[in-house]
Design a protein around this ligand. Structure first.
Ligand code: PLP
Length: 223
């Protein structure tokens, strides 16, 4: 079987499980050639977790994959925001995890050539090494700042399920339900419509069950 046949098969299987959920293929550490194969199969949404790698890949794929939509999903240092905003075809940023970053992005937004969607990351697992907003109050304050923006468009909330646990299925379910609760609260308070980005290779089936709008799959799409 060729690589293309294998990827086509994976796409078909995953998509048959998704319903309304969108698939974001996490291409971090994967080659330009592998990304091109998924693009040729019709896929458009790809996620990276490092600004430098995203910059390089977006540049390399500019000609061959003009309709690609890049999603930033990793931790962003405030001094990398200008670089991030120079990525052509940047579509969304899922990992906006504190107010300082929000303020820095707002200051830099005029550099953007087009609108970019923003997901605020909420720490539902409360694991110390995970980043993200910790309280609803902080989340709402940053959401309000973003609602005044011209180029940055608040799109939704992102979270990661608990990784180190003996019962990751139950824990992921709890994390994803928590995110839906925060989303509903924000929607009602601010009178807006929001999406969710939750679920990775290990726990995406639970995320689909909890009606995530986006799942982010890396490992299982490339094995
Ligand atoms: C790497 C990564 C993913 C994909 O994880 P897999 O287990 O490889 O599917 C999803 N979200 C974020 C934030 C990541 O860093």
């Amino acid at each position: 079987m060729t690589q293309k046949d294998l990827f086509a098969q994976k796409l078909k299987i995953v998509k048959s499980e998704l319903g309304q959920t969108h698939l974001l293929i996490v291409s971090k550490t994967r080659s330009i050639e592998d990304i091109k194969i998924y693009y040729e199969l019709g896929h458009r949404d790809f996620g990276e977790n490092r600004v430098q790698e995203l910059l390089e890949k977006s540049y390399s794929l500019q000609k061959d994959c003009p309709e690609i939509r890049w999603h930033m999903i990793g931790n962003i240092q405030t001094n990398k925001v200008n670089q991030l905003f120079s990525v052509s075809n940047l579509f969304a940023i899922h990992s906006v995890d504190d107010r300082e970053l929000v303020e820095k992005m707002i200051k830099a937004q005029e550099r953007l050539a087009h609108e970019v969607f923003v997901f605020l990351q909420f720490n539902t697992s409360h694991e110390a090494e995970k980043s993200g907003f910790e309280t609803y109050t902080e989340l709402e304050a940053s959401a309000e700042l973003l609602l005044k923006c011209s180029k940055l468009k608040l799109k939704g909330l992102m979270t990661m399920g608990t990784l180190r646990t003996d019962n990751f299925e139950a824990e992921a379910g709890r994390c994803f339900q928590d995110l839906q609760v925060e989303k509903e609260k924000l929607q009602n308070e601010l009178n807006i419509k929001l999406e969710t980005s939750m679920g990775m290779s290990q726990d995406y089936k639970i995320a689909v069950r909890e009606k995530s709008d986006w799942i982010r799959l890396g490992t299982m799409m490339f094995q």
